[in-house]
Design a protein around this ligand. Sequence first.
Ligand code: PLP
Length: 364
Amino acid sequence: MSLVEQWIRPQIWALSPYHVPDARGMIKLDAMENPYGLPAELVPAWLDCLRAVPLNRYPDPAAQALKGLLRGILGLPEQMGLILGNGSDELIQIIALAVAGPGRAVVAPSPSFVMYRMIASYVDLSYVGVPLLRTDFGLDEVAMMEAIERHRPAVVFLAYPNNPTGNLWSRRSMERIVERAPGLVVVDEAYAPFASDSFLDRTGEYPNLLVMRTLSKMGLAGLRLGYLVGPDPWLHELEKLRLPYNINALTQASAEFALSHQAVFDRQAAQIREDRAALAAALARLPGIRVFPSEANFILFATPTGTADRVFRCLRDQGVLIKNLSAQPGLADSLRVTVGAPAENQAFVCALRHCLASESHGPA
Ligand SMILES: *Cc1c(COP(=O)(O)O)cnc(C)c1O
């Protein structure tokens, strides 16, 4: 046994690292990025903000100015807690660290965001995935309740809308889960800018409800900034696990700048929602493609049985990178495409049409 094997914990040994494919030179529609950058006319003012950042100093550990701006935009009442993370991934990790212990469990619907399971395994929490309904990826409320009674989870993660399926779930089912859960329920609203519903204004109504969001999908994925809103007693404890300077000075300055131009991002999100409808309609017109409804900035679709891997590779060979989910439980034949700029969406649909045509002439 090597030294590495001897000391690295078996559950870490068993993990595969999170894989990010090389997208150089490709039309990149795999990671739910906003295709629009900061508008050119705002760049000089943004650079002025960055120039004023003293890089020799540690950032504000409490990120006061940034949190103040966020509170204003979200209309958070004073007694409501707010904590910032280096992406919402870090917040998931902070929550997991805070509740981990022998015999403790995390429950989430399946399929859902892969980091819930991955981070649970980092800290030895047992992870229970409850299959979504096969018909429409709806919540199986009965199965969720059974899992909650049986495993008494420390945390239930509900991605709303869900990644990778794109749908919102029954609001009543969600509420009943929050009411029944013995521990925390984290509603992950990473796709809030594209969705028609939210639980943010319900925080405070339930003692165990936290709502998590991120700036990533709205157009600032490079900054790595997520936030968590909920009752102060929980967030007070989670704060103790936040590394002191987790939000770097350039991120704080850039996010403050961006949030003071919120309207720009609202317009981009509105554009993406329109383009999502156009893309879904174009996909639905292709032979053999089944499109699932989306409240996010991506669309899940199914290709004819047994073709997803080949269609994915064919798209990649034509310079279009999307996400192949067909190996995941419950997602046979499924691919996920991010809504890009109109020209990118068109190039994707065109490439997909070509790939489907070569499929119907027999596999290569
Ligand atoms: C993308 C995504 C996140 C991660 O967001 P970051 O803030 O970039 O870490 C969290 N939850 C869901 C459901 C996501 O799809």
